[in-house]
Ligand binder design. Sequence first.
Ligand SMILES: Cc1cc2nc3c(=O)[nH]c(=O)nc-3n(C[C@H](O)[C@H](O)[C@H](O)COP(=O)(O)OP(=O)(O)OC[C@H]3O[C@@H](n4cnc5c(N)ncnc54)[C@H](O)[C@@H]3O)c2cc1C
Length: 687
Amino acid sequence: MLRRCSISLTCALWLIGAQAKLTERRTKWDEIATSACSHELATYPWKSSEGRHDVLCKYDIALGSWVLCSTEYYITEANGRDKNMVFQWIESLCAAKWDSDNPVNLDAVLSAAESNVGMMPNKGQKIDHIVRANEDNIKLWVIALFGPVDNLDKSTLFAVLINGYWLAVLLTAAISKFFRALFRSTQPRKSGIAWIKGHITLPPLVQRHAAHFGRSVFVGLIPTRLETLVIAGYICLHVTVMCVEYHFDPLSLVSSLKIQHLLFTADRAGILAFAHLPFLVLSGGRNQLITKITGIKLKTMIGFHKWAGRFMFVDVLIHALGYYLHSLEEHYLKYAWDSPVWQSGRAGVCACGILIFFSFYFFRRRFYELFLFLHYLMAVIFIYECWRHCGNVGWMEWIYVSIGIWVLEFVLRARRIIKFGFPRATIELSGDEFIKITVPKLNSEWQSKPGQYVYLYFLRATIFWQSHPFSILHTTSDPSSQNLTFVITAKNGVTKKLRDMVKDAGTETIRIALEGPFGSSLPLWDYDSVLLLGGGTGIASMISASMLSLQVDKTRKPIWKVVWSLKSKDLLTLYGREISELIEKGIDVQVFLTSQTKEVSFTEIEMTEQSKTNDKLLLNDYRIPVAGYKRPDINSMIEEFMRLDGSLLVIGCGPPAFVDSIRSLTCEKIIENPLKVVDYKEDYQTW
Ligand SMILES: Cc1cc2nc3c(=O)[nH]c(=O)nc-3n(C[C@H](O)[C@H](O)[C@H](O)COP(=O)(O)OP(=O)(O)OC[C@H]3O[C@@H](n4cnc5c(N)ncnc54)[C@H](O)[C@@H]3O)c2cc1C
């Protein structure tokens, strides 16, 4: 089915492509030679009454000189092979001026010119025989005519280079993923690798990675140093290709230097902007395939998406401003303003501006669904306006590829949703804040691994179009279990609506659609010890991994410890069954309740008919030992695991500040113990 879809997509794009212009080489030496000769020869004093614009076509002596000049330059200087290319240009320029009943044979004109060429007459005399144009002047004209078209070709080349850069990033990630999997647990580690991990790949550029940074409107996420390097590489490349390889005409034969600067930078920026589209569409998608092949997390791809998008917007602005100023300089603004190209250009700039404005975090955080809707809508409008803008100009491949990627992504997503089916899920409220969703698996082939997540759609009239990511909780050690479970914290959007829906009845069933699984699984079995540090609802993947570990052969099973820091007893109640099963089956689980002291919790528990004996909370039927009523000492826990022999994997998931502190502590340990294999995986994503 997929193959059929892509074939029909290719056919559709091919048919559309037949209407619109693709990229073509703009530096055509036959055209440059012909134009340079015509510019030069048009200034000569021909013995003819024809005006400057007609003389070369209509006065046979001037025509012969032009044909001679153009073919000689084309063949000797530009290494052209086929003089008919030159003839075609001359014919296209002169056809309207020639008598259609007496076609001109340019081959014969050239032969006659070659055998009758004479000396240039003295100054002041009219020219009445074939002459050779001044070679030095021709070269100057060539420089003037070459610059603009060469700029278009170089811009196309640089556009390919920018896409090549992103492709190289993806390829490098894929190769590195392959080798990491091969040598993950090879002991001892080469100290250079520890240095790279501890100083470059893991730590954030500054301060923090998961928690947002900044104030008021300018709030964002700080990339890791490795992500920063990739982004910096892209920015350097982008700035470089915007600044180099311009061939200006210093004599300003065709246009002034100011106009050349405006035009060249505007053209360069416009082509680069266009070329960003495929990568933007690719990196803005859900990208399970990319994650699978390269190991790059969705949040990292979205980070790249944001930076590429920002620079594309800058390109769009430079292009628009450049042409606006050019039109003022050349006095054609009032003629161009209402033309389709300018109308579509203006609409494209507006769409892109709106898209960028509503992507700011202050808006996205409060109105995520509106942000998403506007983002898609403006992206569609922008691509459509680009199509209108350049349909007759060229470079349409970038548009086709972008649409192709987008359509393919939707097809793959729809396929995943249909494959899972549309079961009725049970929604239960736990306390005021938490919702447990149990989804029966209709398709037994559907499998997921710890650390993966899905997008859930709740098929109710007011919310069915929204899809939200939630981590999968594996509630049993049986991977073929027929249910999927999700534990959700009620926020202010769809999750609040769900809570309100079940508030009265306590439980409700609702038809859902599910897209996934997304994300990569955790490489748990490649290490000698695994320390899982979870905070709040971030425990889901830790429980899933621990459940799976119950299945693993004892000889292969790493030393295993789960540490869970949480505020709310409601949450503990929700996971009570799984936690007590893990403890019963010998998994070391340490629970830290941070929001209450021992005494307070005792009173509260009594009041809620839960009892606490010997530091064990009795929640419903489950007895959960509590390791402490304080925050866990993450540092000493990691240190304890560092003292164990063999390789260590630290996994963090929970509130942003919590995972940030685990990340930085693990980095410290990696640097301090360069020979020990220590890795860090974060099962937390935000964008
Ligand atoms: C990979 C991943 C796994 C997650 N797993 C869980 C989980 O197991 N349990 C849990 O309670 N939460 C989880 N979350 C968070 C959860 O997706 C959001 O809390 C939920 O989407 C909020 O929905 P809302 O409409 O009520 O949000 P709102 O109240 O409108 O917004 C709350 C916050 O959630 C963000 N948000 C809203 N919609 C989305 C969306 N579609 N995609 C990404 N972010 C969004 C907003 O930017 C805002 O910061 C996970 C998030 C990610 C990225």
